[in-house]
Design a protein around this ligand. Structure first.
Ligand SMILES: Cc1ncc(COP(=O)(O)O)c(C=O)c1O
Length: 373
């Protein structure tokens, strides 16, 4: 069920995103104990201007200005998109050299949309690894060095899904230097990075190098996934390519999404503050349940999800033991086959429902242990 890398595809060859084929029906079951959400659950109360919902593009507001001002860049360095899922394809297209190889090096483990999408853009996708078998989620530099002469662009996710682990600063320095020397651009999916704002781990890659397009959205750290509001930030020339790609493939962005995002933007820091509080309240409860069940685990230093070792196949365990208990969490094998015995658990849900899920999670872990003994 891991991402399906390989050559260009069309028609019957277009691969499913196995993770979404597995996840969406289970999400629709509306299980009472949902620890699957990698996005923060925040109770937004927005003051909306009804006229703008459909009339946004005649209102004189410019979404790129709000993004530029929040992230300290120029307006021409920003292109607004419908979420990272769209931004990632546009950024890969924009960052690929017109006369270079149509080959994309993608970091694994990864969320399949990030690693598979380039196949639909007529590219071959080849992997390099950060973890899962290198200690402490370190980058496999030999692998990167080996593929650099063959690729047109590199795609990575500094705060990785599913581990929640931030790329080590030394690995980040190294890959920036190695790609710069090779004349290769990077597309950096920073959809989970804003949870680190205000800490040493907050290092948006677009600020560190001029061969990078960073993509981000209001989906995960700001709890506004359904809005489909995202953006790409990078050097003005590459962002113009993103904008051209956007116009070719999307035309205009959705006016209601822009209008709702405009109402949310002044309050984004409040949402981040709430995310940090939610972590403080929920995470110790999760650690207690794991310790009680003999699972030693160190959470990633920032963010609202992490990966725990289950000792058994997580898809099967969810089916046999999770489903009857009304529990939902995400099997690690959706991101890399070597994580099949891991479960991604998210703690960004509201504190009452998270607390209610903890005895259920404990029961789930005990059922697995009973079966294995
Ligand atoms: C690494 C990663 N990038 C992007 C997304 C989706 O982002 P968006 O909702 O902005 O399209 C996800 C969602 O799970 C993700 O895990």
């Amino acid at each position: 069920m891991e991402p399906r890398l390989g050559g260009p595809v069309s028609g019957d060859d277009i691969p499913p995103v196995d993770y979404l084929s597995w996840y969406v029906p289970r999400l629709q079951e509306n299980r009472p104990h949902d620890l699957s959400q990698s996005g923060f659950e925040y109770d937004w109360d927005l003051n909306l201007d009804d006229k703008k919902l459909l009339g946004f593009w005649n209102s004189g507001s410019n979404p790129a200005e709000w993004v530029a001002s929040r992230y300290g860049v120029e307006v021409d360095q920003v292109c607004v998109t419908h979420g990272v899922c769209q931004a990632i394809s546009l950024a890969i297209l924009a960052a690929l050299p017109e006369d270079g190889p149509r080959v994309v090096g993608v970091e694994m483990p990864s969320f399949a949309v990030v690693s598979q999408c380039a196949r639909l853009l007529g590219c071959e996708v080849i992997p390099f690894h950060r973890g899962p078998n290198e200690g402490e989620w370190r980058l496999n530099r030999e692998e990167v060095a080996d593929i650099l002469p063959r690729v047109g662009v590199i795609a990575l996710t500094p705060v990785m899904n599913p581990s929640g682990e931030m790329i080590a600063k030394e690995d980040e320095d190294w890959i920036i230097e190695a790609t710069r020397e090779a004349g290769i651009n990077i597309v950096s999916d920073e959809v989970y990075l804003d949870a680190a704002m205000g800490t040493e781990f907050y290092r948006p890659m677009h600020l560190r190098a001029n061969n990078v397009i960073s993509v981000n959205s209001l989906t995960k750290c700001y709890g506004l996934g359904p809005l489909r509001f995202g953006w790409a930030i990078g050097p003005a020339n590459m962002i113009q390519n993103v904008r051209n790609a956007f116009h070719n493939l999307q035309g205009m962005a959705s006016a209601p999404s822009m209008a709702i995002a405009e109402a949310a933007f002044p309050h984004l820091d409040m949402a981040l503050e709430a995310l940090r509080k939610q972590r403080e309240v929920n995470l110790p409860k999760l650690i207690d349940v794991l310790t009680e069940n003999g699972i030693e685990w160190t959470p990633p230093p920032i963010g609202i999800f992490g990966l725990i070792p289950l000792g058994t196949n997580a898809v099967q365990a969810m089916a046999e033991h999770g489903s009857p208990l009304g529990l939902l969490a995400t099997p690690g094998g959706m991101f890399h086959k070597d994580l099949a015995n891991h479960l991604r658990i998210a703690w960004g849900g509201n504190s009452e429902s998270f607390e209610a899920a903890m005895p259920v999670l404990s029961q789930f872990l005990k059922s697995i242990q009973d079966e294995n003994n």
